[in-house]
Design a protein around this ligand. Structure first.
Ligand code: NAD
Length: 491
């Protein structure tokens, strides 16, 4: 089934009902975005595999004590974390080869960080206050002792994208398992090996009971859609594009299941007029190159004081042209490839739209000459277009920064909020009071001030507006996977 040294040992199989199995549709290829070559093959599930996976998750939830054994779940999560740590180098190789993730990111958010986060969710499963005593009250004259309980929501369908495959898979598995739900995970067709490897570790090296986690890889988005409409699934936890999120929400409506959505972004990086312009603009430009700009929370609109626009353009162009895209396997690479030929074509289409609208491609804008294979694009700066332009309003998902002038703090906040998205953003300046006002004025789920990092296991992350519904990570993220029950006893 596999043809590469990066292939997961034993091939890439589905995990269904506790068993590693081949896919009903045979196999589908997975590619290396840095070379464009096929790395090998992954199990390609069919509709009947998905059906069996959902049935297994339902049975595990309804007929075992998994949902009640908080301590056992914590043990399983720690087992999973430790087992994954025992395979770190194999996982690192797969992640670099399949996701095109720069090696340097695998010691942080692309691999080691999210594996470590499983331990935080294990601690939460043990320490969480599952029950709250609301005391005695006498509604309608009837004295009642009230208890409020949190209970796991049931069967979760988790659907994930390719850009940070482990971070997103574990940001769903961690809280879902800590909460006591059972899961069917459908990863993106572009990164099946990252997920299948985890499936094998769960099956072979943990005590996670059969059916609690099912991993269904497929080359076809239709299996995601099947998961959404299945009435045996209680909740969909989805991360992906806003467009797909809309489709997920619409089709989940038929069975009225809970929908949790982490979607796209077009975040603003606001530079105030009292900021160190050079430091702020270089930081913003560097940020769009990380993982070739394929991060939902990357700030891709740079809002700078109008009087310093030309200067900002010059600094950003210098920074971007100094970052050369290259082999993600090399320790110094920040900007690797984009995930696929399709994604590269999408980025190029946006650059054409910028040119057609009269914008200037100040630097970049083309495939690097020195890289003759793989899906690379030079870090690119677009100037001369307003915030209302298509490239400032739509998510490009490549190493592309759009620079836009603002006329003061209020105008910067207005421009930042003039977006269908509300995922993240940044503000740089030197007056704490102005920074606070601007940070509080931007309508986004997370915000960084002067380079502060908001990402960690205990910090809820998510979007306002069309960037999503609900929060991932932290106690708030864990509680997404629970229902609230109120028990009142007459006394
Ligand atoms: P995508 O929306 O194309 O696909 C995401 C997942 O949905 C894949 O597993 C895909 O197979 C599945 N899918 C596709 N159509 C479906 C349907 N009709 N029903 C159910 N499932 C379906 O996204 P992508 O290209 O894989 O990922 C990039 C996008 O993800 C970007 O928009 C990015 O901003 C977003 N993203 C958001 C966050 C966040 O936390 N907010 C994090 C990472 C990525």
């Amino acid at each position: 089934m596999t043809s590469s040294s990066h292939a997961p040992e034993g091939g890439s199989q589905l995990l269904v009902g506790g068993k590693l199995t081949p896919g009903g549709n045979g196999v589908f290829p997975t590619a290396n975005p840095a070379t464009g070559e096929i790395l090998g093959y992954a199990a390609d599930a069919d509709s009947s595999d998905m059906d069996t996976a959902v049935a297994a998750a339902r049975t595990a939830f309804d007929t075992t004590d998994w949902s009640r054994e908080h301590g056992f779940r914590a043990t399983c999560l720690r087992q999973l974390r430790d087992a994954l740590r025992g395979h770190l180098e194999e996982l690192r190789d797969i992640t670099i080869a399949e996701a095109g993730a720069p090696r340097m990111l695998t010691s942080g958010p692309q691999l080691e960080g999210p594996i470590g986060d499983l331990g935080w969710f294990a601690d939460l499963a043990e320490n969480y206050s599952w029950e709250t005593d609301l005391g005695v009250a006498a509604p309608m004259g009837i004295k009642s002792a009230r208890r409020m309980r949190r209970e796991p929501i049931g069967v979760v369908g988790a659907i994930t994208p390719w850009n940070f495959p482990h971070q997103i898979n574990f940001a769903k598995l961690g809280p879902a398992l800590a909460a006591g739900t059972t899961v069917v995970l459908k990863p993106a067709p572009d990164t099946p090996w990252c997920a299948a490897f985890v499936g094998r570790i769960i099956a072979e090296e943990t005590d996670i009971p059969a059916g609690v986690v099912n991993i269904v890889t497929s080359g076809d988005h239709a299996l995601g859609a099947q998961l959404v409409t299945d009435p045996r699934v209680d909740m969909i936890s989805f991360t992906g594009s806003t467009q797909t999120g809309r489709a997920v929400m619409a089709s989940a409506a038929a069975s009225l299941k809970k929908v949790f959505l982490e979607l796209g972004g077009k975040s603003a990086f606001i530079v105030l007029d009292d900021a160190d312009l050079s430091a702020a603009v270089s930081y913003a430009a560097f940020g769009v190159c990380v993982h070739a700009g394929q991060g939902c929370a990357i700030s891709t609109r740079l809002l700078v004081p109008r009087a310093r626009y030309e200067q900002a353009v010059e600094i950003a162009a210098r920074t971007l042209s100094g970052i050369r895209p290259g082999d993600p396997n090399k320790p110094g690479t920040v900007c690797g490839p984009v995930i696929s030929e399709r994604q590269l074509a999408r980025v190029e289409r946006y650059l054409d739209l910028a040119r057609a609208a009269g914008g200037t491609i100040v630097t970049g804008g083309k495939r690097p000459e020195q890289l003759t294979s793989g899906w690379f694009i030079e870090p690119t700066l677009i100037a001369g277009l307003p915030n209302s332009s298509v490239v400032a309003q739509e998510e490009i998902f490549g190493p592309v920064l759009v620079v836009i002038p603002h006329d003061g703090d209020d105008d910067a906040v207005r421009l930042a909020n003039d977006s269908p998205y509300g995922l993240s953003g940044s503000v740089w300046g030197s007056d704490p009071e102005r920074l606070r006002r601007v940070a509080e004025g931007v309508r986004t789920g997370t915000l960084s001030v002067n380079g502060g990092i908001w990402y960690s296991a205990d910090a809820p992350f998510g979007g306002y507006k069309q960037s999503g519904i609900g929060r991932e990570m932290g106690v708030a993220g864990f509680e997404e996977y629970t229902e609230t029950k109120l028990i009142a006893t007459g006394c």
